[in-house]
Design a protein around this ligand. Structure first.
Ligand code: DPN
Ligand code: ZN
Length: 312
């Protein structure tokens, strides 16, 4: 039976999907692929590419509030070597463990203090093709770092939890990372990258970074210019929502640089200007959950598409 054989084929080419999506919009692209018999299901039932989720503001607000409370309870910061950092790592890991992720707390030493990266793998999809989303979890010592970078931490966390809740089938492995001691020179992410065996490095096909994604005054989003194809995907996502973007070159100032340094294609996004950058006033009143949710929704859109997410 010709039709069944076609349905049993391997997953659609994402490049083709993105090209079609660019011209017709995502829904039309999905319909086109399904109509062409290219959206291959794992069962006999016709499958469609999973519509990427819309992440709600109230879901990220819960995480932001938690990071604020952790800062408040720990001397006003969540910095490397301070108890607020470990409490932040425990919160993130606890949520991921409960959701069914395979998590690792990777410890390292810097300035005589122990730091941790939290790594979470969704146990599905081809482990030889990893799509990685990350954010630094530490603040500076001056304040609790709600925009820099509880915002990115919350966006990546809620994206991961949404994956676990919605459980699309995925062709590639989705991995999430929360980095320690970024503020002291990308220490955690550099440690992670440097400890990867050479074979594992080449398995990481994409790294997307989320650093400062909650600024209140956000009207346009910054998209990292490191990789043209990834930048175009972020641009297309925002354009479809009528949100303007601008290219930004963060260079060596955040954790994507640790992955670019080992040859991984990288990108990321950042929100508008932060009047409380690295200051004590970078508290919960310095961020807007709706902005973080917009960033998280963009993260999920790229993650689902890059990993070939399909409905069960
Ligand atoms: N968030 C800044 C830091 O960790 O110090 C780096 C950064 C600057 C990220 C500008 C995005 C935009
Ligand atoms: Zn930052």
């Amino acid at each position: 039976m010709r039709r069944r054989r076609r349905i049993a084929r391997p997953p659609p080419c994402l490049g083709a999907h993105m090209r079609i999506a660019k011209i017709f919009g995502t829904a039309a692209a999905v319909a086109a692929l399904v109509g062409a018999g290219l959206a291959a299901p794992s069962s006999a039932a016709p499958a469609t590419l999973a519509a990427p989720p819309q992440i709600p503001a109230d879901a990220v607000q819960v995480h932001l509030q938690q990071f604020q409370s952790i800062g408040t309870a720990n001397g006003g910061n969540r910095a490397h070597g301070r108890p607020g950092y470990r409490a932040s790592a425990d919160y993130v890991k606890g949520k991921l463990d409960a959701a069914g992720f395979t998590t690792t707390l990777q410890s390292f030493t810097h300035n005589g203090a122990t730091g941790w990266n939290v790594i979470a793998d969704w146990p599905q999809g081809d482990a030889n093709q990893v799509v990685f989303l990350g954010a630094h979890l530490d603040s500076v010592a001056a304040g609790p770092g709600l925009n820099d970078n509880a915002s990115g931490s919350a966006a990546v966390l809620e994206t991961a939890l949404t994956l676990a809740r919605t459980k699309p089938t995925v062709q590639k492995r989705l991995r999430f990372g929360w980095w320690g001691a970024e503020e002291l020179g990308l220490i955690g992410s550099k440690y992670y990258a440097s400890r990867l065996p050479a074979a594992e490095r080449t398995r990481i096909k994409t790294y997307l970074n989320f650093d400062m994604v909650g600024a209140k005054n956000t009207t346009t989003w910054g998209v990292y210019t490191d990789n043209a194809a990834l930048r175009q995907q972020f641009d297309a996502h925002f354009r479809a929502k009528g949100i303007p973007t601008r290219g930004v070159n963060i260079a060596g100032r955040s954790d994507h640089a640790s992955f670019a340094g080992i040859g991984v294609p990288v990108s990321g996004i950042t929100s508008g200007n932060d009047p409380c950058y690295h200051q004590r006033c970078d508290t919960i009143t310095n961020v807007t959950a709706g902005v973080v949710a917009t960033g998280a929704t963009a993260a999920a859109d790229l993650a689902w598409n890059l990993a070939g997410a399909a409905r069960r």
